[in-house]
Design a binder for this molecule. Sequence first.
Ligand code: PLP
Length: 289
Amino acid sequence: MSRVAYVNGQYIRHKDAAVHVEDRGYQFADGVYEVCEVWNGQIVDMPRHLDRLDRSLRELRIDWPMSRQAMEFVVSEVVRRNMVHNGIVYVQVTRGVAKRDHFFPGSDVAPSVVVTARSASPAVAAAQAEKGIAVVTYPENRWPRVDIKTVALLPNVLAKQNAKENGGKEAWYVDTDGNVTEGGSTNAWIVTKDGVLVTRPAESGILKGITRAVVLDLVAREGISFEERPFSLEEALEAREAFVTAASTLVMPVVRIDDTVVGNGHPGSVATRLRDAFHTATDLKAVVA
Ligand code: PLP
């Protein structure tokens, strides 16, 4: 079966899918995106992702390319046509195609929309979660509007590549106050040496992750001792546990930060418990085959 992508109103073969050279996403990173998990033939937390897409679009003053109901249909349809049972679905909306000029184009220019989906092996992810990952710290160097999920990810690309070249799977940004903000494509959490789960508030410096929101619901439901506050790298290095969250990795234990082993070097019990319970706290929309 060949993969299918949705591009501006058409379902086409993935290998032929393309946008125009003057798409503003391509030329200015003038666009936003979402990634939803597909789990057991169901799209996870689509309403929350579309709410965040709506916020990102409003912050950048880009129009919705279609109604929300139509977007829900296209997202499901791309998952269905690609026969993705477990994996991700990606949605990108840019300000559209116009002669290269920094100013916004006129209202006659429609936003561009692309939706793709791909399968991922739950067994591979589970094996990774059993071992945990290493993260490599990186100076926070992004713009202050990281709350908007834009496609302008060059700093994240560089931080993650640096992590990879230094034996890590993820980067952890550290700001000038010495606090960990978030990962290159994940939110960051620790369990302190006193057993308190901590993550940074989403008011500034981080993307308000949908996976983070689900974990917060779980934490409240399970009565886990929790504080929402900034935490320093120093505190993280002494933590009992650490983990990251994202739609593509769910709850992923962190067992090493730079050269320091976290806790006993194995995934911690809080991370494991949250990962195991994760889908009990999500909104699941079945994709009808
Ligand atoms: N932080 C950043 C910078 C991200 O890119 C992502 C996901 O792509 C996240 C956090 C996690 O967000 P979510 O849980 O919605 O996937």
